[in-house]
Design a protein around this ligand. Sequence first.
Ligand SMILES: *[C@@H]1O[C@H](CO)[C@@H](O)[C@H](O)[C@H]1NC(C)=O
Ligand SMILES: *[C@@H]1O[C@H](CO)[C@@H](O)[C@H](O)[C@H]1NC(C)=O
Ligand SMILES: [Ca+2]
Length: 326
Amino acid sequence: MLFEKCILIAIISLLCIVVEAQWNTKDFMKREHSLVKPYYGSGLDIPFWQFTGNTIVTPNYIRLVDDTQSRSGAIWNTLPVSSHNWDLQVHFKVHGKGKDLFGDGFAIWYAKNHSIAGPVFGSVDFFQGLAIILDTYSNHNGPHNHQHPYISAMINNGSLSYDHDRDGTHTQLAGCEAKFRNLNYDTHISIRYEKDTLTVSTDIENKAAWKECFKVQGVRLPTGYHIGISATTGDLSDNHDIMSVRLFELDLPEENEGAEDRSHIVPSASYFEAPRDHVEDPKPSNLSGIKIFLLMLLGSIAIVACIVIGIMFYQKQQEKSRKRFY
Ligand SMILES: *[C@@H]1O[C@H](CO)[C@@H](O)[C@H](O)[C@H]1NC(C)=O
Ligand SMILES: *[C@@H]1O[C@H](CO)[C@@H](O)[C@H](O)[C@H]1NC(C)=O
Ligand SMILES: [Ca+2]
């Protein structure tokens, strides 16, 4: 039937757009700061990565903690990052038996010290650097101003403590709700630090496109810190799995000439963004203008045709039913 064909065309046009809206992989991936399958090359060590606590490595994922109470685990990149600007992309999966009760979540770090266990999602408190916290359990007893799971950012120069009782809300730069748990498709997060702007985006809706969670300007981070990911379970539990970690260097060679030496600055954030609605902001795709135009044209034609045929179909039906009545 024509009507169904129309819908098919519209769906195919949409699929074309979705498939083309992939990540920008032109940026340079730093192999020594990344962790991708197969995790073990040859030998028993993974170069530049350290595993602590209850972390286990399987051929397909790295499980920081399993769905058991009172676990703690972490992975740390032992080589300090020298790039000023970077994009850290993590493919993760948080899942477990719990329907309503589960926890606690995990944290992605860019920190001075590495491989030290502690109370902040398996890593040390009073840290120096950046923490992106993917908190699945709400410890907050009072009325909530957001739902969990919740993603937030914290910058610390070693003087601040992460307060679990308030889910870190009084030290966070920004945050957003993100339903990333128990999904049967891939879930990703991107932490982009470029020109003192921190942008956190997620790909958790099976769209293969980034959606902005928050963006904060005026964030100053030194070079030479370490990437890490840690997780804990307490009374509540979940499996916290990492499939891959990819660090893309965003530095342009010409910009690095005479750039500020960032190796000794203290982490700081000058600007706290006002709360606002988080609207869909898909990552720019690699589609050329003409291709977008053609796809949109095709899509519009399909939609218009569908509407016209739908109306004709509806009118025919109306006529039929009228005939039946009179
Ligand atoms: C970081 O490491 C240094 C040297 O090992 C140590 O003195 C310091 O206490 C550590 N800081 C934290 C927050 O653990
Ligand atoms: C560290 O951060 C605290 C709180 O944001 C601030 O009061 C303090 O001045 C900072 N210290 C340094 C050395 O930047
Ligand atoms: Ca919490």
